[in-house]
Design a protein around this ligand. Structure first.
Ligand code: FES
Ligand SMILES: [Fe+2]
Length: 382
C-alpha cells in the first residue's frame, strides 16, 4: 500500500505550477488513498461541518467527520461546544439526530445526564457508594475543538491545531468589511454528487471552464473580470470585479449590505477555504458550500444562501434558481471528470499557470497535511 505521508508521493506537485502535474489519479479513485486522506485531512485539522445558524442555543446537531460522530451545541452563554457522541457509562450514542435539547444532554440508555459543558451531573440508580474510585468529574463528555469562521461551524478532531484565525491567515481581515455576522441563512439545499469532494473544490477554484460550462454565469461574472484574491492563509481565492448585472439582474436584484467599501460593493469573492468549504461573497448575499466526502468518488454538497436583509420570497427564489442552474452545470461536469479519471485510465495531466494556479496551491496544502507540515501558504501578488 502506498504511503501518502511520504514526500516522494507528492514530488510532482511540489514543483512550481509551470512544472506541476495534477493530483495523482489515485487521489480520486483509490480506496487506500481515500482512507489515508480521511485520517490526514478530515481526522487531523479543521473542517467545516455546519452553518452557525443551525446551532442556536438549545439545539444540538450531529455530524460525522472522518468516521467519527460529533455532537455540537452551545452552552448557556451561547458559546459553541462539541463532544464525541458517546456516553461515558457504556458508550451509547447520545444523540441520533439534530434537535432541541433544552439545558442538558441525557443518554437514552440509563439516563446518565450531562450539562452543556459536558460535565456528568446525574447517574440515576447507579449507587455511587458501591463503586470504588468513581468520581463524576472523571466521566464527563470528551470535548472536540470547535469554532466559527465565516458563519460556518468548524471542528477539529485533533486538538493540536492552530486556532481558526491563524489557520486562515489574513482572510478574517480581508472579509471584515462585510460584517458577515449580520447575514442569516435564508435557504438551504443538499446534493449527492458522484464525484470526489476535491473535484468540486478544484472546479470552484478555477474560472477556466466558465465560458463553456456556464454561459449564463459568464454574463454576470465575466472571465476578463477575474483576479486572484489570495493572501497568507489556508485558502484559495479569486474575485470578480466588477460583478455585472447580466440580462435578468440575477446577482444584483437584492439590496446590498450597508457600509461596504467601494471594492466590496462591486465585487464577488470566490474563496475555497481549506479543506472543504467554498464561499462566494457578493455585495448582497453569500452562498456557502460544505463538502462532505461520502466515499471513494462520492460526496454530499450542503449549500446555504445567506443575506444581510430579509429578502422577498420572489427575489430569493430567483437568486436560488440561478445558483441551482449554475450548480447543476458544475455537478454534471465534475461527475464527468470523476468518470474520466476513474474509467478512462487517466494518467495525470498539467495545469494552466494563468487559470489553475489556485489548484496548485490547494494540492500543496493537501500534501502539507499528509506530510504533517503545519504551514500556511504565502499570498501572491498577482
Ligand atoms: S450507556 Fe449511557 S447511561 Fe448507560
Ligand atoms: Fe463552475
Amino acid at each position: 500500500m502506498k504511503d501518502w505521508s511520504r514526500p516522494e508521493a507528492w514530488a510532482n506537485i511540489r514543483e512550481d505550477v509551470a512544472n506541476s502535474t495534477t493530483l495523482p489519479p489515485e487521489a480520486y479513485t483509490d480506496p487506500d488513498y481515500h482512507a489515508q486522506e480521511r485520517a490526514a485531512i478530515f481526522g487531523k485539522g479543521w473542517c467545516g461541518v455546519a452553518m452557525v445558524d443551525e446551532v442556536p442555543v438549545g439545539r444540538v446537531v450531529v455530524r460525522e467527520i472522518a468516521g467519527t460522530s460529533i455532537i455540537i451545541t452551545r452552552n448557556d452563554q451561547g458559546e459553541l461546544r462539541a463532544y464525541f457522541n458517546s456516553c461515558s457509562h457504556r458508550g451509547t450514542e447520545l444523540v441520533e439526530q439534530d434537535g432541541e435539547i433544552g439545558t442538558v444532554l441525557r443518554c437514552p440508555y440509563h439516563r446518565w445526564t450531562f450539562d452543556l459543558e459536558g460535565r456528568l451531573i446525574a447517574t440515576p440508580l447507579f449507587e455511587k457508594e458501591l463503586v470504588e474510585n468513581f468520581e463524576l468529574d472523571d466521566f464527563g463528555l470528551r470535548s472536540v475543538c470547535v469554532g466559527e469562521f465565516v458563519n460556518v461551524v468548524w471542528v477539529s478532531l485533533n486538538s493540536d491545531v492552530p486556532d481558526l484565525t491563524s489557520w486562515f491567515g489574513d482572510l478574517e481581515e480581508r472579509l471584515a468589511g462585510y460584517a458577515l455576522e449580520r447575514y442569516a441563512v435564508r435557504k438551504t439545499a443538499a446534493y449527492t454528487v458522484e464525484a470526489d469532494w476535491k473535484l468540486l473544490t478544484e472546479n470552484f477554484q478555477e474560472y477556466y471552464h466558465l465560458a463553456w460550462v456556464h454561459p449564463e454565469l459568464a454574463k454576470v461574472s465575466r472571465v476578463d473580470d477575474h483576479y486572484r484574491f489570495q493572501g497568507p492563509g489556508r485558502y484559495c481565492g479569486q474575485t470578480t470585479t466588477p460583478v455585472s448585472a447580466g440580462e435578468n439582474g440575477e446577482w444584483t436584484t437584492l439590496p446590498n449590505a450597508t457600509g461596504l467599501s467601494a471594492s466590496d460593493a462591486e465585487s464577488g469573492r470566490h474563496i475555497a477555504l481549506f479543506p472543504n468549504v467554498m464561499l462566494t461573497v457578493l455585495p448582497n448575499h453569500t452562498c456557502t458550500f460544505l463538502l462532505e466526502p461520502l466515499g471513494v468518488g462520492r460526496s454530499r454538497e450542503h449549500i446555504s444562501w445567506s443575506t444581510p436583509h430579509d429578502p422577498s420570497p420572489l427575489d430569493l427564489d430567483r437568486l436560488v434558481d440561478f445558483w441551482a442552474l449554475v450548480n447543476d452545470q458544475d455537478i454534471e461536469i465534475c461527475q464527468k471528470a470523476q468518470r474520466g479519471i476513474d474509467r478512462g485510465r487517466f494518467g495525470g495531466g498539467r495545469l494552466s499557470p494563468r487559470y489553475e494556479a489556485s489548484l496548485h496551491r490547494f494540492y500543496n496544502m493537501l500534501a502539507d497535511r499528509f506530510e504533517g507540515l503545519d504551514r500556511c501558504p504565502d499570498g501572491d501578488s498577482n
